[in-house]
Structure formats: C-alpha cells, structure tokens
Design a protein around this ligand. Structure first.
Ligand SMILES: [Zn+2]
Length: 64
C-alpha cells in the first residue's frame, strides 16, 4: 500500500504533508512532527493503546 501524500494535508499547519508519523499526516516541519508526537502520547503511544485493547486511532475526548 502506498500513500499519496499530495492527497493529505499536514494536520497542524495545513501544508501538503510529506510524512506520516505517529498516525498523523504532517509536513516536514519539525514542529509539526513534534506536535504529532505529543498528540499521540509520545513514542510508542499507539502501541500502548493497542496493548490495552483500544483502537490505535485516538478519539481525542478533550477536543470535542
Ligand atoms: Zn505542518
């Protein structure tokens, strides 16, 4: 499976994404990558969720 990054925008600044990190599309701005990492719960965050039997994609309850 390949990802066409042109179809996705950076979730933080809205530019065309170039990376998929921590389950977020981001551009190559280190700040955006860092935001994705923090939003994800840090390194291994999604694996931790997986181990707990939760969905890998978080539902961000504090943003509703
Ligand atoms: Zn960005």
């Amino acid at each position: 499976m390949s990802i066409n990054f042109d179809d996705y925008k950076c979730q933080f600044c809205g530019k065309v994404s170039t990376n998929f990190v921590f389950a977020a599309f981001v551009c190559d701005n280190p700040e955006c990558i860092e935001k994705a990492r923090i939003e994800r719960g840090g390194p291994g965050g999604h694996m931790k969720r997986k181990a707990e039997g939760k969905p890998i994609i978080p539902d961000y309850p504090d943003k509703r």
